[in-house]
Design a protein around this ligand. Structure first.
Ligand SMILES: Nc1ncnc2c1ncn2[C@@H]1O[C@H](COP(=O)(O)OP(=O)(O)OP(=O)(O)O)[C@@H](O)[C@H]1O
Ligand SMILES: [Mg+2]
Length: 262
């Protein structure tokens, strides 16, 4: 089994609170690996440690066979780890195309044509053109070409989510960390977003997925890891997780009760 991501004994404390407690997991290449659990169980904290936005002192992160523990966020991004955020982080007054171009600044020079690369050194206009062409290709891929020149702030929420995903694709990631991508989306927006993920997955990108929407998780995940109070309590296929009594009592049962109460 080839591994894309491996966490070894990751621990993160905020003062007296242990947000993530000795978390180990192995994610295999060509998979969609979900991380689920109740609010505050440490999911976003885990993503922050993986992509180097949150410092930690205990544990290791291996990405694609390399120890990336303690590396800076931009270094990790350049190695091929992309991310989307629980709260969308886009520039509302910039256009869709411009926002997607922003994601290209983590571009790995080796991934572009070497001649192009050499000749665009000190040539920001050329660089801008390359970036723009690439962003247009991404826009086409995510199906938002017709929105290229629209201000992001004027878009429906579902389209903003897809735009954010497009920005992550600009870095040519091998792995994308998705933090609650379906939150706040209506069913048809959800379908559109998931379709875009599947398309990118089929093109070779792996996904580490945090999500509370169990329809999404159970339908697209290969493996699911469950956190409760920062500690891993279960791991398995969607079927195994759905029927795991500990997971039901810590998380799934409660969600069901909440839904019934609504
Ligand atoms: N910067 C911080 N400082 C102090 N405590 C924090 C910080 N970030 C997170 N926490 C705490 O760490 C715990 C884990 O938070 P985290 O955001 O990782 O949870 P989560 O599983 O992503 O939850 P949710 O499903 O609500 O997004 C929570 O108790 C949270 O309040
Ligand atoms: Mg979170």
């Amino acid at each position: 089994m080839e591994t894309i991501l491996e966490l070894r004994g990751l621990t993160k404390r905020f003062g007296n609170l242990t947000a993530v407690n000795d978390l180990s997991l192995t994610m295999r290449k060509r998979s969609i690996h979900a991380l689920i659990g109740p609010n505050g169980s440490g999911k976003t904290t885990t993503v922050g440690m993986i992509n180097g936005t949150l410092p930690y002192s205990v544990g290791n992160v291996m990405f694609d066979g390399e120890d990336i523990t303690g590396m800076k966020n931009h270094t990790i991004a350049r190695k091929g780890v992309g991310r989307t955020f629980q709260n969308i982080k886009l520039f509302a007054t910039m256009t869709v195309l411009e926002n997607i171009m922003v994601g290209g600044h983590t571009l790995n020079p080796r991934s572009t044509n070497i001649v192009q690369y050499l000749f665009r050194v000190n040539n920001s206009l050329r660089e801008e053109t390359v970036l723009k062409e690439k962003a247009e290709a991404v826009l086409e891929f995510i199906g938002l070409k017709e929105y290229a020149n629209r201000e992001v702030g004027s878009l429906a929420y579902g389209l903003r989510k897809i735009t954010e995903f497009g920005r992550a694709l600009m870095g040519e990631p091998k792995l994308i960390l998705l933090d609650e991508p379906a939150a706040g989306l209506n069913p048809s927006e959800r379908v559109a977003l998931i379709d875009t993920f599947i398309k990118a997955y089929e093109r070779g990108t792996d996904f580490f997925l945090i999500e509370h929407n169990m329809d999404v998780v159970m339908n697209i995940s290969t493996v699911i890891t469950v956190l409760n109070f920062g500690t891993k309590i279960a791991e398995g296929t969607p079927k195994e997780i759905q029927t795991n009594p500990e997971v039901i009592s810590a998380y799934l049962g409660r969600r069901y009760l909440k839904e019934v109460a609504r």
